[in-house]
Design a protein around this ligand. Structure first.
Ligand SMILES: [Zn+2]
Length: 255
């Protein structure tokens, strides 16, 4: 088995790079547009340094913790808290809550990650884990995740009309914005996850089933690969290359 880490040019972002990104580049208008009218009661979350072990010294104890951000007046205050933590990853909670903080629904989502793809060179996830490379992936796996995202989108189009694709920094997410999808029961979500998995899609079933309720925040920085999380049109997916596409390159990587 060949040794590998990440496609060329992808690497951990330093704390200073995270700071520069979130103070100078993080596009709150686009974030607001993505979240729409959910913003008032939405919970955000960050992980400071669980995988990268890159964290501000004062947060050493909390480097692994999922920190929930739910006290803020507006997105600028969310940004301030992100800049305080300088996290490797930022998420939002797909659960929808009422005024009494009771869960009333959940955004349906599908997560296709390259490490879940069985690679002809690097094997399956179990092989990768055995070599301590559970978070590594290669260009071939990225391409395979992309073509899976496209077929999964086409499969889901038969059922849902409001689909969005997001380049997650590693793989791809498909979000379903249809009203009825928010109201699916847990059992129905598990069933959808099972069927999609059986069709051969390398999804993380936890995300679709709803147990993992956090999803990466579009337009945030994925600190393990130094890429901006980017919503894409279906039509641009075939030619999309996250290694070189300027839109997902933070300024500190542009020359
Ligand atoms: Zn591979």
């Amino acid at each position: 088995m060949e040794k590998y880490q990440l496609p060329e040019g992808m690497r951990y972002a330093t704390l200073e790079e995270r700071r520069k990104f979130y103070t100078e580049e993080f596009d709150l208008e686009k974030v607001a547009e993505w979240l729409g009218n959910r913003i008032s009661r939405l919970k955000f979350a960050v992980i400071i340094g669980r995988h990268t072990r890159v964290f501000p010294e004062k947060y050493r104890e909390d480097a692994d913790t999922t920190i929930i951000i739910d006290e803020y007046k507006n997105l600028s205050e969310v940004r301030e808290q992100i800049v305080e933590f300088l996290p490797e990853s930022a998420y939002y909670d797909r659960n929808v809550y009422d005024a009494n903080d009771r869960k009333t629904g959940q955004e349906l989502a599908f997560d296709l990650d390259p490490e879940n793809i069985t690679c002809p060179i690097h094997g399956d996830l179990a092989d990768k884990m055995k070599r301590g490379q559970g978070l590594s992936f290669c260009r071939l796996e990225l391409e395979m995740a992309k073509s899976q995202a496209l077929s999964l989108y086409e499969y889901l189009e038969k059922e849902f009309s409001q689909l969005r694709i997001v380049y997650s920094g590693r793989g791809f997410h498909i979000h379903v914005f249809n009203e009825d999808a928010y109201r699916l029961k847990e059992k129905e979500r598990r069933e959808i996850a099972r069927v999609v998995k059986e069709k051969g899609f390398a999804i993380d079933e936890w995300v679709t089933a709803g147990e993992m309720r956090l999803i990466r925040l579009p337009f945030s920085l994925h600190g393990l690969v130094s890429r901006v999380v980017l919503p894409l049109e279906k039509s641009e997916l075939p030619r999309f290359d996250p290694v070189s596409d300027e839109r997902c390159l933070p300024r500190f990587l542009r020359v």
